[in-house]
Design a protein around this ligand. Structure first.
Ligand code: C2E
Ligand code: MG
Ligand code: MG
Length: 717
């Protein structure tokens, strides 16, 4: 340490005690730590202690040669300075002494003063060289330390000369980009920068050349030695300028900088950005990205006076699949739907998932309205074939609403709202799968709210009524059963189809009082219908919500008691969907009613997705084959085999079979050939009010155009 005094001692070795005594007295007066030895043996043992840095030696001893001691010290690499101090008059004496390792030589007699000055000088020199050693050790250590710090830094540290060539780069370059640091020395920095960022980097470098501003937080992409993905770095660099007053003063010498690897952060940012704009399940753009693209599209369309279209898609039946087969099944189904839809679009179109089973499509640069209709048609056709998942065949279908810029709306919000309203309209119109917006179409919410208010009023206002559709034995024309179907005659909107209002009734819970009313109305009206000896049975549809009511059984029993309708003439139609929910509770209730003589039919059989084990566990009496299979009978192929299988299975289980939706004599004949004789459909009768059934002369419901779609009424939710 600088300023530190050496604590080395001095040992004077001389055979003359007098000499030693006078030296000691002098040293004491100068505070010089001096020890003495008057024999070589004593000197050796004192030196063994290692406390002496300077030895004052007169080599002439009676017990031996002092120069031998000098050699020992030299050969033992002892860090001791020996000043030979002798009365030997020979001219060889100093040379000999120095050759044996002495550091200085004095000839006796000399003044003690001179002797002490020599000793003190020796001590000071030793001290100086010790400090020098310490300093250079420290320097070496700290240089090594800095080198270590620089090389093990996770950051890239470099120095460039005034032309931008590397003069130093730390080892990190190897880990980061696969270059040996030596390889880069003398090379221009642009070699490690991706082509795309070179101009930017050069520009920053030039700025340092002319000004002393530092570069902070510049993001650059570096190119690894062997190619591959670029490495993102965050760069901080400083210019270096000559100092002092000389020629080089203020001259630009180059730059040094630190570049931090931020690749992981960039990836994380990219993922977060992607997640914020995409739907996790399908990987499609989400609502945010869709709106963003729509905003851009509209801005461009406005400038170019061009057209664009927004399509709003809502899957039919998805909710049912999701509820009955579980969310993970539903998720996989949505992935498949997204894939099919994507294939319907061109590059530049955007397909987005808005949530649930709702998708939107943006068609920028629309040439004609027709093109939007064609895309919608393509989507409808793409989703029509069954989806096969876990060996289950699922038919979905889709309803699409289209709003075109600028005629159906000029802002983003109105276009989406109007496409949604048109979609809702398409969903409510049985034979239509897509519709363009029309100013008469209310929004989905308007529609729902007016439907809800209307329904609440309908019961008290006698707007609801019951119609009956016979199930006929095709062999003899006998009506075996009448299915009660609900009708709503809206004071302003006219007849509203059950598939349009029953879902609203279910969502609002109004289905419960309405169903109870229908049951008692139907029981009352049917009590007197048909030939007295062989009156037809009565079939009534049940909704899940109704069965889930705790007092469901009591309500039914109460109606039977009040109306006096015989329970064995009553059949409830349930769907497979209902059986999938609350199974145990439902089973108990159905068994209870079955014990009272009521029978059960599975409605729309073949469209549910459950296993058929319930057919043995439940008191099921009848299978009603869904009308979609009957309508497919003409086409030959799968449907015929399927109907045949259902009939054979029903026979095996001792169940009755009814074919729904029979419209043509060909269908009737085909069914008869399959040993299915009970049928229901427009071929035999439209649904009619009780009064028309009692008096066959009176007309029933007009014949609606038979739908050719596979989507069953009441199931497009
Ligand atoms: P569903 O129980 O399967 O009723 C048969 C539907 O098929 C009826 O439609 C009927 O009019 C129609 N249909 C009958 N024959 C033919 C035919 O030959 N061709 C075609 N294309 N269709 C035919 P509707 O009356 O519109 O009822 C639709 C659905 O609404 C019913 O399907 C049922 O699920 C539900 N629904 C009707 N009334 C009630 C009710 O009182 N309660 C409950 N919970 N649901 C009801
Ligand atoms: Mg039915
Ligand atoms: Mg049915």
């Amino acid at each position: 340490m600088a300023g530190d005094q050496s604590h080395e001692r001095v040992l004077a070795i001389d055979a003359q005690p007098r000499m030693l005594a006078s030296l000691q007295a002098l040293a004491a007066s100068r505070a010089l730590p001096l020890d003495t030895a008057d024999s070589l043996s004593e000197a050796r043992s004192m030196l063994a202690g290692g406390h002496h840095g300077v030895v004052l030696l007169d080599p002439r001893f009676p017990d031996g040669d002092g120069l031998a001691l000098l050699r020992e010290l030299r050969d033992g690499h002892r860090d001791v300075d020996v000043v030979v101090f002798t009365a030997d008059p020979s001219s060889q004496a100093p040379v000999q002494a120095l050759r044996h390792g002495a550091s200085d030589f004095l000839r006796k007699p000399c003044s003690p003063e001179e002797l002490l000055v020599t000793v003190q000088n020796t001590l000071e020199r030793r001290d100086l060289s010790r400090r020098n050693r310490e300093i250079s050790n420290r320097l070496r250590r700290s240089e090594r330390l800095y080198q270590y710090i620089v090389d093990s830094s996770p950051d890239l540290i470099y120095v460039l000369d005034d032309e931008g060539r590397f003069t130093f780069v730390n080892d990190t370059i190897q880990r980061l980009l696969g270059y040996q640091p030596q390889m880069l020395l003398g090379r221009h920095f642009s070699q490690i920068i991706t082509r795309a960022d070179r101009a930017l980097a050069q520009c920053c470098f030039n700025e340092r050349r002319t000004g002393d501003r530092a570069t902070r937080g510049l993001e650059l992409r570096l190119q690894p030695a062997r190619g591959g993905h670029p490495v993102y770095v965050d760069l901080n660099a400083m210019g270096m300028y000559g100092d002092g007053d000389g020629e080089a003063a203020g001259r630009f010498l180059g730059t040094y900088g630190v570049a931090r690897d931020v690749t992981e952060r960039k990836h994380a940012e990219a993922i977060i950005r992607h997640q914020a704009h995409h739907d996790m399940l399908t990987g499609l753009p989400n609502r945010v990205l869709f709106q963003d693209r729509l905003r851009q599209t509209l801005a461009q369309a406005r400038r170019a006076q061009a057209s664009a279209a927004v399509l709003f898609l809502d899957l039919d039946r998805f909710k049912m699949v999701n509820d009955s087969l579980g969310h993970s099944f539903g998720d996989r189904l949505l992935e498949n739907v997204a894939r099919r839809l994507r294939d319907c679009l061109r590059e530049g179109d955007t397909l987005a998932r808005m949530g649930g089973d709702e998708f939107t499509i943006l068609l920028p640069k629309l040439e004609r309205e027709d093109s939007a209709a064609r895309v919608a048609e393509k989507c409808v056709n793409a989703l029509e074939p069954a989806f096969t998942l876990d060996e289950q065949e699922i038919y979905l279908g889709v309803s699409i609403g289209i709003a075109v810029y600028p005629q159906h709306g000029e802002t983003m919000e109105t276009l989406v709202k109007h496409a949604d309203a048109a979609m809702y309209h398409a969903k409510a119109t049985e034979a239509t799968h897509f519709a363009f917006y029309d100013t008469n179409m209310g929004s989905r919410l308007d529609h729902y709210l007016s439907m809800e208010t209307g329904l609440r009023r309908a019961l008290g206002n006698n707007e609801l009524s019951v119609v009956y559709q016979p199930q006929v034995n095709a062999s003899d024309g006998q009506t075996t059963c009448l299915e009660a179907l609900l009708r709503w005659q809206h004071p302003e909107r006219g007849a509203i189809a059950p598939m349009d209002f029953i879902p609203v009734a279910e969502q609002t819970g109004l289905i419960v009082p309405i169903s109870l009313w229908l049951l008692s109305e139907a029981c009352r009206e049917c009590l007197t219908l048909g030939p007295p000896g062989n009156p037809p049975r009565l079939a009534v549809n049940l909704s899940s919500l109704q069965v889930e009511q705790p007092d469901f059984v009591d309500g039914v029993v109460d109606v039977l008691n009040t109306t006096g309708f015989p329970p064995e003439r009553l059949e409830f139609e349930i769907t497979e969907h209902l059986l999938l929910r609350n199974t145990e509770v439902v089973v108990d209730k159905l068994r209870d009613l079955s014990g009272r003589g009521i029978t059960f039919a599975i409605d729309d059989f073949g469209t549910g997705y459950s296993s058929l084990s319930y057919l043995q566990r439940l008191p099921i009496h009848t299978l009603k084959i869904d009308q979609s299979f009957i309508q497919g009978l003409q086409n030959s192929g799968d449907e015929a085999t399927l109907v045949q299988t259902i009939v054979a299975m029903a026979r095996g289980l001792g169940l009755a079979v009814v074919a729904e939706g029979v419209e043509t004599t060909e269908q009737m004949r085909a069914l008869q050939s399959m040993d299915c004789h009970t049928m229901q459909g427009y071929l035999f009768s439209f649904p009619q009010p009780a009064s028309a059934l009692a008096d066959p002369g009176r007309p029933g419901e007009g014949a609606p155009a038979p739908s050719a779609t596979r989507v069953n009424a009441g199931s497009r939710q």
